[in-house]
Write a new protein. Sequence first.
Length: 155
Amino acid sequence: MKRKAFIAVVAIAAIVLFPMLATGNSCGKHGKKGHAAGAGKCEKHWDAATVEDFSGEVVEIVEQDCEGCGVKGVHVKVKGEKETLSIVLGPAWYVNNQDTKLEVKDKIAIHGSRTKVHGEVAIVAQKITRGEDTFLLRDENGRPNWAGWRHGKTI
């Protein structure tokens, strides 16, 4: 009887956790669009129709909790030529374990999807370039690189 209960618990956990790990979204909502860690209430934020390039200088680096997911995410504020935007990088546990580190006053170029995060206009970054360094966060479809990281995939 204990073995059947154990198998049932493992099966339920696999059904609940697999979609979250496969999409990189800790809240378990998934679909064709990607999700950003630190996105308010785990809204879908990646939209191929809003992908653009933006560049400027990093003026602030912020770690903040996602109200819906409870995941701490890393955002950078970037002052461009005409506006200052929040750039969503990804979960702190992933971003802070990469070789490429951003710093205030870095001049960067961002390729990502313009959207709203926590009620403000932001860009969910797919790729960030600083000089010769390139920081890949998501694939061209917005799927986070950290979605497979626990399974041996690194950038």
